[in-house]
Design a protein around this ligand. Structure first.
Ligand code: MN
Length: 223
């Protein structure tokens, strides 16, 4: 082999190996994120055992089943949500479950007495009159969602809007009845509260407000 041919051959080999390693990295699949706090950090409002089962079993199952439904997928969750109407039901349920729970863990934090940022509070006052009114509208959406689903606070056309979705659907999905950018959410599946609150979903919803991570919610509003 001539020197120039040899160099071309080596170059192709390097290109091929870097392509392979990139593919392998991308093909590790969707990953269960660690909780950003301890399992008992939200006590007494959300109990340790509920958090352990919710994160380690329920959320893990959504991730595992999404990887089974879409082996080797390199699409971001956001890309999947935006085109969910073209996907199988298993991708809608488990992809939605993965996005929703990854978002939910971040918007919770140990009770800190924190409040929305000045910019978010101004928008809340403009669209709902007061934070108390927003909470009461959100609670209605969370209480009246029949069966399993989620309540959402979203930004839609520059306005704050409250809505709810069934199952693991969310407002990022192209099939959502009300679409927008989520900034706050509440899981109202029974697995999210039944161990501590049994059938008293309202008590769980009221307790939730004590552990809202307003710093995270305000960041979502600003970004
Ligand atoms: Mn859940």
């Amino acid at each position: 082999m001539k020197r120039t041919q040899f160099l071309k051959f080596m170059g192709a080999g390097l290109l091929l190996s870097s392509f392979r390693s990139r593919q392998q990295n991308e093909n590790t699949g969707y990953i269960l994120p660690a909780l950003p706090y301890a399992f008992d950090a939200l006590e007494p409002h959300i109990d340790k055992l509920t958090m352990e089962i919710h994160h380690d079993r329920h959320h893990k199952a959504y991730v595992d089943n999404l990887n089974k439904a879409l082996p080797g997928s390199t699409k971001s969750l956001e890309e999947l949500m935006a085109s969910i109407s073209t996907q199988a039901v298993a991708v809608r349920n488990n992809g939605g479950g993965h996005w929703n729970h990854s978002f939910f863990w971040q918007l919770l934090a140990p009770a800190s007495g924190k409040q929305p940022s000045a910019a978010l509070l101004a928008q809340i006052q403009k669209d709902f009159g007061s934070l108390d009114n927003l909470k009461s509208e959100f609670n209605k959406a969370a209480t009246s969602r029949f069966g399993s689903g989620w309540a959402w606070l979203i930004v839609k056309d520059g306005k704050l809007t409250i809505c709810s979705t069934p199952n693991q659907d969310n407002p990022l999905m192209d099939i959502a009845e009300v679409k927008g950018k989520p900034i706050l959410a509440l899981d109202v599946w029974e697995h999210a509260y039944y161990l501590k609150y049994q059938n008293k979903r309202v008590d769980y919803i009221n307790a939730f407000w004590n552990v809202v991570n307003w710093d995270f919610v305000s960041q979502q509003f600003n970004s």
